[in-house]
Design a binder for this molecule. Structure first.
Ligand SMILES: O=C(O)CCC(=O)C(=O)O
Length: 445
C-alpha cells in the first residue's frame, strides 16, 4: 500500500517547486530520512502523506507518527544565524546558504507584463494603480450600512476577489490607523535593539514562539533573508505575555490591542465569506472553533537590507497553512509578491490598508471554491522592511474537512480530513514549500 500510494502523492506535489528529495522507510512509520534519492519523491509530501494514510488505514499508528515528527522538531539542525546581524556586518556578498538556484531568483521570475484581469475585476474592485497591476482594494465602509444595496455591494466585491484572487486589500476596516502605525513602529524598534536583548527570546522549532531566523528543520536547506518574531494571541489559554517582548515598554500593550482589533476584523471577513459561500453566517467561525476558541498568531517579519537582492528571497514561495491571514505591510517598502498564473505581482500597499489572503484551511473547508495563493517576499539593498502577519487559524485539534453543503456528486470532497495540529507539523519540518502542502492533502478516496 505504501509503495503504491506515496509516489502518486509525490507526483502531485512535484510540480510545485520543492526540490529536495528524500526517501523514508515506509514500513515503520519513521519520519527519519533513510537515504537520499533522485527527484522521485518530494520529501515535503511525506509527513503529511503519512498522517493521511495513518488516519485512513492505521489509526493506531497516528499518534506514533505525530510523536516522531515532533521529535524531529526539537532543535534547529544547525547553529542559527541572525540575518540582521549578517546584514549589519557590512558584507558585500551574501553567504551561499541564502543563494537560490537560478530558476528561483527574483530577477528571473518577476515580470511586470501581467495577465489581463477579468471584466469582473474591473467592475468590482480596483486592480489598477496607474499602469501597475495591483491586487484589488475593497472599501469596507458600507459593511454595516443600513442601505442594503450598499451592503450587498461589499459582499459581492468580497465574493469576486475571494474566488478570482484569494488576495486583496481592505480599507475602512475599523482598525485605528494610529494603532497600526504604532504596532509597526514598536516592532521596528524591537528589531533595532541590541542582539543580546533579542536573543533572550530565541525560539526553537517545537513551537516557533519567539525570535527566529528560519522556518523548517531540513539540514542544509536554502535560507530566507529575514528574521521574525512569532507569538500566540488566541485562544487565551495559549496567550502568554511573558513570551512577548518586554521592550520597547509599550509593545505588549500594543500587541494586545492590535490583536483584538485585527481578530475582530477577521471575524467579520469570515462571516462575509461564509455567507458568500452559501453557508450559515457563522459556519467558518464555528468550524474554526467558535469565538474565543479560534487560533490567532502573529508573525512579525523583519527583512534586512541585502547587498545582493537578486540572488535571494526574503520569504520563500508558500501558501499560508492556516485559515486566513491579515497582513500589515511596511508603509514605505514594498516586497510582497503574489503569484498570478505564471507571473509574480508586486503588491503596492494602499495607505492604511490591510492585505487579506486565503489560507489552506479555507481552501479545504470551501472544497476549493476559494483557494489559497502562493506568495513570496523579495528584498532590496536600500531599506529594511517590516510586516505583521496575523494568522487566523482553526483551533488546532478540530478536524477540518470540506463543508457538507459544498460537497455534491458533481463536486465530491476534494480533501481528506485533518486537524490543523497535524497539518502544521509538515511546515514545521519542511518550511515554506509553494502550494505542495495543500495539494498533498488532496483526497485519496
Ligand atoms: O512580509 C510580507 O509581506 C508577507 C509575509 C508572509 O507572507 C508571511 O508572514 O507568511
Amino acid at each position: 500500500m505504501w509503495g503504491r500510494t506515496v509516489p502518486i502523492l509525490a507526483k502531485k506535489t512535484k510540480a510545485y517547486g520543492c526540490s529536495r528529495a528524500q526517501n523514508h522507510d515506509s514500513t515503520d512509520n519513521s519520519i527519519e530520512p533513510t537515504h537520499e534519492v533522485d527527484l522521485h519523491i518530494d520529501s515535503a509530501a511525506l509527513p503529511l502523506t503519512h498522517i493521511i494514510l495513518c488516519r485512513q488505514n492505521q489509526p493506531n499508528s497516528l499518534q506514533n507518527t505525530k510523536q516522531k515528527t515532533m521529535a524531529t522538531c526539537q532543535a534547529w539542525p544547525e547553529p542559527v544565524v541572525r540575518v540582521q546581524s549578517l546584514a549589519e556586518s557590512g558584507l558585500s556578498s551574501i553567504p551561499s546558504r541564502y543563494i537560490r538556484p537560478q530558476s528561483q531568483r527574483p530577477s528571473n521570475t518577476t515580470s511586470f507584463v501581467t495577465p489581463k484581469p477579468s471584466q469582473t475585476d474591473y467592475d468590482n474592485a480596483y486592480v489598477h494603480d496607474h499602469d501597475h497591476l495591483n491586487i484589488p482594494v475593497i472599501d469596507l465602509e458600507h459593511l454595516f450600512s443600513k442601505d442594503q444595496v450598499l451592503r450587498e455591494k461589499v459582499f459581492q466585491q468580497v465574493s469576486v476577489v475571494c474566488k478570482e484572487w484569494g488576495f486583496f486589500q481592505v480599507v475602512n476596516h475599523g482598525v485605528s490607523h494610529e494603532l497600526m502605525k504604532s504596532a509597526r513602529e514598536l516592532w521596528r524598534e524591537f528589531f533595532n535593539q541590541p542582539l543580546e536583548m533579542k536573543e533572550e527570546y530565541a525560539n526553537s522549532p517545537t513551537t516557533y514562539e519567539g525570535y527566529g531566523s528560519r522556518l523548517g528543520v531540513q539540514k542544509g536547506a536554502t535560507l530566507d533573508w529575514s528574521d521574525y518574531f512569532f507569538l500566540h494571541y488566541m485562544p487565551p489559554s495559549l496567550r502568554n505575555q511573558a513570551k512577548w517582548p518586554a521592550f520597547p515598554p509599550s509593545l505588549r500593550k500594543v500587541i494586545a490591542e492590535y490583536g483584538e482589533g485585527v481578530v475582530k476584523l477577521g471575524g467579520r471577513i469570515l462571516k462575509m465569506m461564509s455567507t458568500n459561500l452559501g453557508l450559515k453566517e457563522d459556519y467558518l467561525l464555528n468550524a474554526f472553533g467558535g469565538e474565543g476558541e479560534i487560533g490567532a498568531c502573529l508573525r512579525v517579519n523583519f527583512y534586512p537590507k541585502c547587498p545582493q537582492p537578486d540572488l535571494t528571497l526574503g520569504l520563500s514561495p508558500h501558501s499560508d497553512p492556516g485559515g486566513m491571514t491579515i497582513l500589515l505591510p511596511d508603509d514605505f517598502v514594498s516586497g510582497l509578491q503574489v503569484r498570478r498564473g505564471d507571473e509574480w505581482i508586486t503588491v503596492k500597499p494602499h495607505p492604511n490598508a490591510f492585505i487579506v489572503n486565503i489560507g489552506d484551511q479555507i481552501q479545504v473547508l470551501s472544497n476549493a471554491i476559494y483557494k489559497s495563493v502562493e506568495h513570496r517576499v523579495i528584498v532590496n539593498s536600500n531599506q529594511d522592511r517590516v510586516s505583521l502577519a496575523l494568522f487566523y487559524n482553526p483551533r488546532s485539534d478540530l478536524l477540518i474537512e470540506p463543508a457538507k453543503e459544498l460537497v455534491t456528486k458533481e463536486r465530491p470532497a476534494l480533501y481528506s480530513p485533518m486537524t490543523y495540529d497535524e497539518y502544521r507539523l509538515y511546515i514545521r519540518l519542511n518550511g515554506p514549500c509553494g502550494k505542495a502542502q495543500v495539494e498533498s492533502l488532496a483526497s485519496q478516496t
